[in-house]
Design a protein around this ligand. Structure first.
Ligand code: 0X9
Ligand code: ZN
Length: 354
């Protein structure tokens, strides 16, 4: 866990992904989400139990064959000696829960906003827990067999690199705008649902600049494409900081309530409670619009309304303002632990409800 004692630069986080893939090739594949304006590749980890389970299944078949042979032998036994030796059951291998071949998917990412460093840290921890928990924790194994998780620690990689190299408080991506000295689109104002309808800015120099048109920014576009292509995404969480909120759709339209609101809020409340049970931190649950402010072009509105992702959330991690974006490193691990509990709860909720 010492990896979560510090924040890490982009190269180190990419190394983390690479290492996970190399150490657990049966469980994790590295997914290229796409390329940014500055040409960096955005990496995700796709985690699913299927490949690993195939080996188990091959073993199981073998065991079944052996069992048949043993049964046959035992009928000879009883014919010859009268008593049936019924203790011929092989119990060496427990039946594993069958992984789904075409599983529903859950997509999780951090780092839409460059300066919100706790996001990528927490998201990489979530990946680690799912990967190392597989085969060790019953609960995690069941979820990883059931769902395909795609986990992208850093989405806005250009911005993230910029916060490490030039300006710690940079938020947007780094692509040029119509004003040469004001680069950067806010990726979280550039998604295509009710784009530029309030709570975003048309001024390229603003930190909430929505861009010239929907999906002009590469980062939201690559996630949206991924979700559309998959067709089976049931859960989505976009991690930000700060404020300690577990937010639901919508952000653009304050009068509109999702038709699945009850389920979405129930799952979110459960996640916030599971989170609080770990270190006592309170997270408020509710729509973006109602619990922070109106913001159009945000991720979860699009994933819910256009991407078909029923359980779509944006989460603001620690803290509530004392340190803000500059959350101390000794809070990385506790923040990760509690957030993972929330994510587990959510996935379990979806597993049971859907
Ligand atoms: O304003 C934002 O983009 C988010 N807050 S932050 O301080 N991290 O910048 C809130 C995003 C709410 N979510 C959506 N509107 N999708
Ligand atoms: Zn943010």
């Amino acid at each position: 866990n010492s990896f979560w004692k510090n924040y890490h630069d982009l190269a180190t986080l990419n190394n983390f992904t690479e290492t996970m893939v190399q150490q657990f090739p049966d469980l994790v594949t590295r997914t290229s989400m796409g390329f940014t304006y500055e040409g960096r590749e955005v990496f995700g980890m796709t985690i699913h139990g299927y490949k690993k389970r195939r080996q188990m299944e091959a073993l199981e078949e073998l065991v079944e064959e052996v069992e048949e042979l043993v049964e046959e032998a035992s009928s000879w036994w009883s014919w010859m000696f009268g008593s049936s030796s019924s203790s011929s059951k092989l119990n060496v291998l427990k039946k594993p829960s069958k992984p789904k071949k075409h599983p529903k998917a859950i997509v999780i990412h951090g780092g839409q906003h460059a300066r919100e460093w706790i996001g990528p840290a927490v998201v990489s921890y979530i990946a680690k827990e799912l990967i190392l928990g597989y085969g060790n924790s019953k609960k995690i194994t069941r979820l990883v067999d059931q769902f395909e998780f795609t986990i992208v620690p850093v989405l806005n990689v250009d911005g993230y690199a910029y916060t490490w190299e030039h300006n710690r408080m940079w938020r947007k991506n780094r692509q040029p705008t119509s004003i040469p000295f004001c680069p950067g689109i806010d990726p979280n104002r550039n998604w295509g649902y009710k784009f530029a309808t309030g709570g975003s800015s048309a001024n390229p120099c603003s930190d909430a600049y929505h861009g010239p048109e929907a999906f002009a920014a590469k980062e939201p576009k690559m996630i949206a494409d991924y979700i559309l292509k998959k067709e089976n995404v049931v859960g989505y969480i976009d991690f930000h900081s700060y404020s300690q909120l577990w937010m639901t759709p919508f952000g653009a339209d304050c009068s509109k309530i999702p038709k699945d609101d009850e389920d979405i809020v129930e799952a979110g409340m459960g996640a916030a409670k599971a989170l609080k049970d770990v270190h006592g931190k309170k997270f408020a649950v509710g729509s973006v619009c109602k619990i922070i402010y109106q913001a159009s072009g945000g991720s979860l509105d699009w994933t819910y309304a256009e991407g078909g992702v029923k359980y779509s959330y944006a989460v603001e991690l620690r803290d509530t303002g004392l340190h803000g974006f500059l959350l101390p490193e000794d809070e990385i691990l506790p923040s990760s632990e509690e957030t993972f509990a929330g994510v587990l709860h959510l996935a379990n909720f979806i597993r049971k409800r859907e």
